[in-house]
Unconditional design. Structure first.
Length: 239
């Protein structure tokens, strides 16, 4: 298992609750707390109804946080690698995912991304290099499969499949529960900026990242709808 980047979790009641059991997960009662965390606190029940999972290329699936049964089922169908865009955590979803990957021999790569802030150029180049090295079949996931997974799918389409910017941008869609008018719309703005640059100068995607991509400028120019952002962050608890 590989941790490529890290984030600092914000202290909260949820964090304090997790700290009460996350270091003793060999205890059945702690595992029960982890299961409650995965299924109810982290919306695993909703993901069981709609996993928001789709194949974007041969052997490449994007979607929401998988539960352990999903990992086992996909492993038995040949899954080799999982890319976790949420990063390593103390929560139940990550515990059960890691446990299932270990049991089934599936590689787990943790590459944390935000749905509300663009990665810097070097992080994005590192992400592309990682994508190129993956052993397929691979599953790339975030929490809900809407924002970060859609962004990663678009990056894959451009950097690996050689797709058009328009095709990449379609990976961020209301069909996949992406709220374009929330702060996550900054991910759409990323693809729009590349589309405009490519239309003007026929510049390659990786070259654009290296020479022109300016995440701070894109973020500063983007204005979200407060109502959409409230729904996304306070009700859906998007990360």
């Amino acid at each position: 298992m590989v941790e490529i980047a890290g984030t600092t979790p914000r202290r909260s009641l949820k964090t304090a609750w997790r700290q009460g059991w996350c270091d003793r997960l060999d205890d059945p009662s702690a595992r029960w707390h982890a299961w409650i965390d995965m299924m109810f606190v982290d919306h695993g029940v909703l993901r069981a109804i709609n996993p928001n999972r789709r194949e974007i290329a041969q052997g490449v699936t994007c979607g929401s946080q998988p539960g352990p049964l999903t990992v086992r089922r996909m492993a038995r169908r040949g899954l080799k690698t999982i890319v976790n865009l949420r990063g390593e955590s103390k929560g139940g979803p990550y515990f059960y995912e890691r446990e299932a990957c270990t049991a089934e021999g599936v590689g787990l790569i943790n590459f944390p991304m935000s749905s509300r802030k663009l990665p810097d150029p070097q992080t994005l180049l590192d992400f592309i290099d990682m994508l190129k090295s993956l052993q397929r079949p691979v599953m790339i996931h975030c929490k809900s499969g809407a924002d970060r997974a859609g962004f990663a799918a678009g990056i894959w389409m451009l950097a690996i499949e050689g797709a058009t910017p328009e095709a990449a941008a379609r990976q961020l869609s209301p069909r996949y529960l992406h709220f374009r008018r929330s702060r996550a719309g900054v991910l759409d703005a990323f693809f729009e900026c590349y589309r405009a640059a490519n239309a003007a100068r026929q510049i390659g995607f990786v070259e654009w990242i290296r020479t022109e991509y300016a995440p701070d400028r894109i973020e500063a120019a983007f204005k979200e709808c407060r109502h959409s952002e409230r729904i996304a962050t306070r009700i859906l608890l998007r990360e």
